[in-house]
Design a protein around this ligand. Structure first.
Ligand SMILES: N[C@@H](CCC(=O)N[C@@H](CS)C(=O)NCC(=O)O)C(=O)O
Length: 80
């Protein structure tokens, strides 16, 4: 399953998700929207807004840090 997390450094909500990812050893691709306009544009095209964090699961966006953590807990951590 392809997981991509859009984030930027210094965003506290992103930090909360990244801490969970680190703690549970979740494997995903991280894309920093402050790294390039192309990455930010990519997120806009997938999710329709530039809010981060956003987890993209097989092309489907999930916004809201707590929803992302819950999704990861249910679908990745539990099945490990
Ligand atoms: N309730 C959201 C808050 C996310 C949020 O406010 N993110 C900020 C960065 S810290 C953001 O992306 N702001 C710009 C925007 O909404 O386009 C969550 O928990 O994920």
């Amino acid at each position: 399953m392809k997981l991509t997390l859009y984030y930027f450094s210094g965003c506290p909500f992103c930090g909360r998700v990244l801490a969970f990812v680190e703690e549970h050893g979740v494997s995903l691709e991280k894309r920093n929207i402050h790294e390039s306009d192309a990455i930010k544009q990519e997120l806009l095209e997938i999710g329709g807004k530039s809010q981060v964090p956003c987890l993209v699961v097989e092309g489907k966006p999930i916004y809201e840090s707590m929803d992302i953590i819950e999704w990861l807990r249910e679908n990745v951590v539990r099945s490990k």
